[in-house]
Design a protein around this ligand. Structure first.
Ligand code: SAH
Length: 249
């Protein structure tokens, strides 16, 4: 079923109890694909105890060394955060987040990322996200327990999933969705070309690329559109090579 394309990714979780409670929260809401990026202490008895019957979700959990590995084939990535960030990422309410994931899952794998208990998701990890979702809370006490945050968003996904299943709304993109791996390739190519034409200052490259990533995450490209952009970048490189050659002659 389409929910099987939705993966819950815990990034560097430290408490095995939270991993177990996450598995339980997921299984209650028909989600089965748990990815753990560099977990500090897993597997273990604490995780299994807290899973309470969702051991199958734990046993099938995919352990990844890096976020790249966990997101490789995903065409939509949504991060979660308890707080407002300095440079804001496009944000979604829990229900819209669930709707995006459920709709996206009809085309291929999508991911919902949760951060480490103490630090949350780092900026570089949020850069990988098309959107960020914050569960509304008391203004002065906004940080939920990791597994509780998973539970609330898993509930929304399940709820929206049941109603979307009948409505079956389609994504408006025409071409095949673009994987995270391909987006990273586009960004590397773009960075190279922007440096080549002197638009990007290598001494201060982060800010521009982050803004461009935000722009493309907001648009959500399809494969044909990405190929056009890669083609333009290659044409710029070839044009520059031709100019350099003419100058030498
Ligand atoms: N100080 C961290 C808190 C981490 S709590 C921060 O500000 O992000 C651990 C994880 O639980 C978070 O990374 C996020 O994935 C999730 N979480 C906690 N509270 C949340 C909230 N209000 N909305 C969305 N996710 C939340």
């Amino acid at each position: 079923m389409f929910l099987s394309n939705i993966r819950i990714v815990l990034v560097r979780p430290t408490h095995p109890g939270n991993v177990g409670a996450t598995a339980r929260a997921m299984k209650n809401m028909s989600l089965h694909h748990l990815y753990l990026v560099a977990p500090e202490d897993f597997p273990g008895a604490d995780a299994t105890d807290r899973a309470a019957g969702a051991d199958d979700v734990l046993e099938n959990a995919v352990i990844c060394a890096s976020l790249d590995e966990a997101l490789k084939d995903c065409h939509l990535v949504i991060g979660t955060s308890a707080r407002q960030r300095r440079i804001e990422w496009p944000s979604l309410a829990p229900e819209s987040c669930a709707r995006r994931l459920v709709e996206g899952a009809q085309q291929g794998p999508v991911a919902l990322l949760f951060g480490q208990e103490r630090t949350g998701l780092l900026n570089a990890e949020l850069d990988r996200c098309h959107f960020v979702v914050t569960i509304p809370t008391d203004r002065n006490y906004s940080s939920l327990n990791l597994a509780c945050a998973v539970q609330i968003l898993a509930y929304e996904i399940h709820r929206v999933g049941l109603s979307e299943l009948s409505a079956n709304q389609a994504d408006t993109r025409e071409g095949r969705p673009v994987s995270d791996e391909d987006m990273q390739g586009l960004y590397r190519h773009m960075e190279e070309v922007l440096q080549l034409i002197g638009f990007l200052d290598p001494a201060n490259p982060r800010r521009l690329m982050r803004r461009l990533m935000r722009l493309f995450n907001r648009v959500v490209l399809d494969h044909n559109e990405m190929n056009i952009l890669r083609g333009i970048l290659t044409a710029v490189q070839q044009h520059r090579e031709k100019l350099d050659k003419n100058n030498q002659e």
